[in-house]
Design a protein around this ligand. Structure first.
Ligand SMILES: [Zn+2]
Ligand SMILES: [Zn+2]
Length: 168
């Protein structure tokens, strides 16, 4: 029987990861982000649950080599709400979609909807990925860049497996 616990992560509102063991490394605690100057948080702003950091298992486990989780989660594991950086990241992607060349206004709206669906709506995600692929291809180079960014985000939120299903 393995037992363990999660340490606490500290990140800035912009999503810069600072430390995944802040409960044990109080000396690493900063009020503001050294990268961008935003305020830092170690708790969900909605339900105040600590942001999950590194997982430490107690007792001997020959398969356990320590999990280096050097990134921040996208959603709160307690209340399911998006962390502020997730919302911002989505907004940034949609802003980029708005600035793409060769797309009609209606297509941009469709593209932004597909970004929302891919990130927030698992049942629509696969279909939305088809739309995203089609429209970003139309916008050529800058479209491909946007697509790559969305794929990176999908990998972080839904995992590598989902990423391969949606963007084979
Ligand atoms: Zn920052
Ligand atoms: Zn929460």
């Amino acid at each position: 029987m393995m037992n363990g616990r999660y340490h606490v992560s500290l990140a800035c509102l912009g999503g810069h990861f600072i430390d995944n063991r802040i409960d044990e490394n109080p000396e690493k605690k900063t009020r503001f982000c050294p990268t961008c100057g935003e305020r830092t948080i170690c708790k969900c702003q909605n339900c105040h649950a600590f942001i999950r950091g590194e997982y430490e298992s107690f007792g001997f486990n020959p398969n356990y080599w320590g999990e280096e989780e050097a990134s921040v989660p996208y959603y709160c594991h307690e209340c399911g709400k998006q962390y502020p950086w997730t919302t911002r990241c989505k907004e940034a992607l949609k802003k980029m979609a708005d600035g793409l060349p060769h797309l009609r206004r209606k297509e941009k709206t469709e593209l932004k909807q597909s970004i929302d669906d891919i990130i927030d709506n698992p049942t629509e995600a696969q279909l939305a990925a088809v739309t995203l692929n089609r429209l970003t291809a139309k916008a050529q180079k800058r479209g491909i860049e946007l697509r790559e960014l969305v794929i990176t985000v999908v990998g972080g939120i839904l995992g590598e497996a989902a990423k391969r299903v949606m963007f084979p």
